[in-house]
Design a protein around this ligand. Structure first.
Ligand code: 5RP
Length: 222
């Protein structure tokens, strides 16, 4: 990654601090952009009630900063979820899960009132799918799910050597021609053995903070 892209990730992450309300719990995603967000959140740790985390990696980083990590089952009110993306389109639909945390990310996103996506401008695409779609699968179903994905027109590749925080495996699906991301998200989730997939189309982001050479562009769905 170039130094510039890294710097843009940091800028997008820091812009998300404006959406943190005092005395609330913050939903925290996973990835290199979110790592910048966690570091920035540490400067506000006395203003917030704590965080819910989408991965063991983010939990470790939050705790290292002295930010309390709460169990999602004990949290009823989650005003914002802050996370990055591998791709985002003009409708704020996303591909996520490059870091393998897609299932917990999708669960926290479902609970949160607002999903705020923080990205550098290289993540913005006209059409989703150049980045392979991660699919989290129960290990014994891997080959079956792969065959079913081929029937849907994708080319699944097993992300070998990786086990998710939930003890499952990931298939990265290349070459999908994604005309209707909501439909494909549902079709993939309908395959027995799939836990979830990295298309965040039915529940996309509410706000995107996109860092580019001219600063932060805030995109909100109207
Ligand atoms: O979905 C994710 C992890 O599962 C990340 O948000 C996505 O992979 C982007 O990561 P990065 O900020 O490192 O580019």
């Amino acid at each position: 990654m170039s130094r510039t892209q890294d710097e843009l990730k940091r800028q997008a992450a820091e812009a998300a601090l404006d959406f943190i309300e005092p005395n609330t719990i913050i939903g925290v995603g996973t990835g290199s952009t979110v790592n910048y967000f966690i570091d920035a959140l540490a400067t506000r740790k006395h203003d917030i009630e704590g965080a819910v985390s989408s991965s063991e990696a983010s939990t470790a980083r939050l705790k290292a900063h002295g930010i309390e990590v709460l169990e999602l089952n004990h949290v009823a009110d989650l005003p914002v979820y802050i996370d990055g993306a591998d791709e985002i389109d003009a409708h704020l639909r996303m591909v996520k899960g490059g870091g393998g945390a897609l299932t917990r990310e999708k669960i926290i996103a479902a609970v949160a009132d607002k999903f705020i996506c923080i990205v550098d401008n290289s993540k913005v695409v006209g059409r989703l799918g150049a980045f392979p779609i991660p699919v989290e699968v129960i290990p014994m179903a891997r080959s079956y799910v792969a065959r079913e994905i081929v029937k849907l027109g994708g080319d699944p590749v097993w992300r070998q050597g990786i086990t998710t925080d939930n003890g499952n495996v990931i298939l990265d699906v290349h070459n999908f021609d994604i005309v209707d991301p909501v439909q494909l998200e549902q079709q993939l989730n309908g395959i027995v053995g799939v836990v979830t997939n990295g298309l965040f189309a039915k529940r996309g982001a509410d706000i995107a903070l996109i860092a580019g050479s001219n600063g932060i562009e805030k995109v909100t769905l109207t």
